[in-house]
Design a protein around this ligand. Sequence first.
Ligand code: SF4
Length: 61
Amino acid sequence: MWVSIRDNCVGCGACAVISPEVFEMHGRKATVNQNHVHWNEDDCIDAAITCPVNAIQIDDY
Ligand code: SF4
């Protein structure tokens, strides 16, 4: 699984609450720590569903 943040992220912080190991806030944008995705895939999916602007993109390798 590959997780990335689209440019339309509004910095609400919800993803970083759901999975702080994967998502970190840098200013008004979320960033992804790809090294931690593998062990947190379910949380990544939850974050993508929860994101209010659908800014979390999840792709298969
Ligand atoms: S939940 Fe979506 S809008 Fe909110 S910080 Fe994360 S990526 Fe950005």
